[in-house]
Design a protein around this ligand. Structure first.
Ligand code: BGP
Length: 484
């Protein structure tokens, strides 16, 4: 007789923790030899609810280089993790973190992107961060490139559009894999690689002067170079540190059909395929046919070297990670109109949304986990999920029960997915400590369990204050997800 054996609980070694990125926390943008990064020339949005990330052109880069302040470019100051890392990691340890996701700023190690010699001071900073994590038994999860690269590579060779960047990147990865060998078990290559189809921030390619169709070609070409670099880095890691595991990282945004009309379902399927394409390449080692068709129907030509396909096939990733914030909706007629807002897409009347229009969908997380597990059969890792909100500090406290509610509902669905048979390695909620928002470059869109006293213009003591959610997440971790 069939005996149900499905797991009812989070595995004992489940990796609970939080996720950050160098350009959103570190600050110290011109300290200890670090070079300027692409993230540090993105001006903050004029309107809090607008995205600032697509307005980079050669003029704005020049302007940014001439403006050596941090007021208009908040990713230069972050939350000064560079000097507060001990205090911050101590707070993570107090919550019981098993894992901490952070990224290395490539320009700390190679200020101009392709020097022969690494910047020792940059490497030493991450040595110190790892020492601190080891002190508390917190596992590091490192992203090699999170929405940034040395600006010099944009200036010299238009970022990832030039094939040379593959060699520059894999020189950098070789150095850090050797340096941190035996100390870091989990790595990710590119954060939310698919968002390179949106513009500058992921690929460092200036293309704002191009027409839309040319832009699409250029972006997929740059992304092809990243996919190849990701496979080479995976191979390197396996050779340098056989115990370590490499993951890919996708901004997973499931698209629902607006109705059950087959044409709408098909339109949603195409959106999903375009989203999952990146993970298909990184986890299965080849370009899927549906994308080859999409490229040829849209006049997109990707230049590949003779052995690219073999390189991709040889080194698929070990695990599949993704961020999950929202789902979206489309229909056969929607086209550009509904999908015009690239991050939030079409409205779903059954869902509530955040102040920034991100549609909150905990059940969608269970659906996503099941589908991704079925598709890849590799361990999954949710490396971002969280709620951006305008928190209020009142008499030294932040009562953020809306955040607790958001996270609780998502964790409940993770548990359901585990019971469905999904292999889930861990969960790092986004922004355990308040940081600079990626899309608006402001401080006031906060995600953290820990409040940081800093406003949008950089005023404040930088004092760290525990929010109500701090005590809640601690309880969640200590009960291994039982006490929600
Ligand atoms: C993801 C990014 C993060 C991040 C988060 C929240 O897309 O990987 O870097 O910041 O989203 O986004 P935002 O800061 O725009 O609210």
């Amino acid at each position: 007789m069939y005996k149900a054996g499905f797991p009812k609980e989070f595995p004992k070694d489940f990796l609970w923790g939080g996720a950050t990125a160098a350009n959103q926390i570190e600050g110290a943008w011109n300290v200890d030899g670090k070079g300027l990064t692409t993230a540090e020339v993105v001006r903050k949005a004029d309107d809090r609810k607008k995205m600032s990330m697509n307005v980079v052109d050669s003029e704005s880069i020049k302007e940014a280089i001439n403006d050596m302040t941090t007021v208009n470019y908040p990713k230069r100051r972050g939350i000064d993790f560079y000097h507060h890392y001990k205090e911050d990691i101590k707070l993570f340890a107090e919550m019981g973190f098993k894992v901490f996701r952070f990224s290395i700023a490539w320009a700390r190690i190679f200020p101009k992107g392709n020097e022969q010699q690494a910047n020792e001071k940059g490497l030493e900073f991450y040595d110190r961060v790892l020492d601190e994590l080891e002190k508390y038994g917190i596992e590091p999860l490192i992203t090699l490139s999170h929405y940034e690269m040395p600006l010099a590579l944009t200036q010299k060779q238009n970022g990832w559009l030039d094939r040379k960047t593959i060699a520059d990147f894999t020189h950098y990865t070789e150095i850090v894999f050797k340096r941190y060998r035996g100390r870091v078990r989990y790595w990710l290559t590119f954060n939310e690689i698919n968002t390179g189809t949106w513009g500058f921030h992921e690929t460092g390619v200036v293309d704002s002067h191009l027409k839309k169709q040319e832009q699409e070609s250029v972006r997929y070409q740059a992304l092809h170079h990243q996919l190849v670099a990701s496979a080479i880095a995976t191979k390197q890691l396996h050779e340098i540190d056989p115990e370590a595991k490499m993951g890919c990282m996708l901004a997973r945004m499931q698209t629902y059909p607006a109705t059950c009309r087959p044409e709408d379902v098909r339109a949603a399927q195409l959106e999903d395929q375009k989203n999952l394409f990146f993970t298909d390449v990184q986890a299965r080692g080849e370009y899927p046919e549906f994308m080859n068709r999409y490229f040829s129907e849209n006049g997109i030509q990707i230049k590949m070297s003779a052995d690219d396909q073999q390189v991709l096939a040889e080194s698929p990733v070990d695990f599949v990670s993704f961020s999950y914030y929202m789902t979206t909706v489309t229909s056969a007629e929607a086209g550009e109109e509904v999908n015009g807002n690239m991050a939030t897409g079409g409205r779903n009347k059954y869902l509530e949304e955040s102040d920034w229009g991100w549609q909150i969908d905990p059940v969608g997380l269970r659906i996503t986990l099941n589908e991704m597990w079925d598709r890849y059969r590799k361990p999954l890792f949710i490396v971002e999920n969280g709620l951006g909100a305008l928190d209020k500090l009142e008499a030294g406290n932040v009562h953020d029960n809306y955040r607790i509610d958001y996270l609780r509902k998502h964790i409940e669905q993770m548990k359901q997915a585990i019971e469905d048979g999904v292999q889930l390695m861990g969960y790092t909620m986004w922004g355990p400590i308040d940081l600079i928002s990626f899309s608006t470059s402001e401080m006031s869109k906060r995600y953290g369990f820990i409040y940081v006293d800093q406003d949008d213009d950089g005023n404040g003591s930088l004092k760290r204050i525990k929010k109500d959610s701090f005590y809640w997440y601690k309880k969640v971790i200590f009960s291994n997800g039982k006490d929600l």
